[in-house]
Design a protein around this ligand. Sequence first.
Ligand SMILES: *Cc1c(COP(=O)(O)O)cnc(C)c1O
Length: 229
Amino acid sequence: MSIADNLRQVQRDIADCAAQCGRSASDVRLLAVSKTKPLADLESAYAAGQRLFGENYVQEAVEKYQALSHLSDIEWHFIGPIQSNKSRQIAETMDWVHTIDREKIARRLSEQRPTELPPLNVLIQVNISGETSKSGIELSDLEGVVALVKSLPNLSLRGLMAIPAPQTDMALQREVYAPLQQAFLTLQKNDPMVDTLSIGMSGDLAAAIASGSTMVRVGTAIFGARQYT
Ligand SMILES: *Cc1c(COP(=O)(O)O)cnc(C)c1O
């Protein structure tokens, strides 16, 4: 199967999942997670119509951003953990960051965002799997982090993101997503700019879409298995 075939299949899966829960396929954007994959794979996906790409490692993200700068309608999403000494490179290149979970990083990204660029679109990462994850804020801390992010001039708060612990049972996947979906709906009610719930990967698309996902992050199902992660 080619990358173009895989992309079509994932789009069909998204459309099927959306139809099953009475949603429109166009409400769920597909982020192609291209970490560790060569430029040629991103170019194949681009040629097949894909425009949103997600990367986890700063150096790799910046190299790909530079190498593909002629494809100016690519939307670059940073979805990995952020060390403060790398925040400037992210602020200068990326369109979106999904992994805001510390005040220090949020402040640096806002300060370092070049003023000639539009505000950096950001999602607050929420830890919905308790002990099994070290990344993400607790839902109980969400209100404070939302207030902070909204106070920063060069960030635009677009929503929430989560990476649940892997789990194969769909009912349990949905149970883990339920409090996050509730928090997202509340946030959205209070802020018309909030439109993005980034949940769902190759292994839990159906549960994520049933839980209100507006952006699924898919790597393996598009590009095949990774050599390293
Ligand atoms: C790697 C990764 C993905 C994609 O995972 P697949 O299982 O390959 O679809 C999605 N989100 C994040 C944050 C990732 O790091």
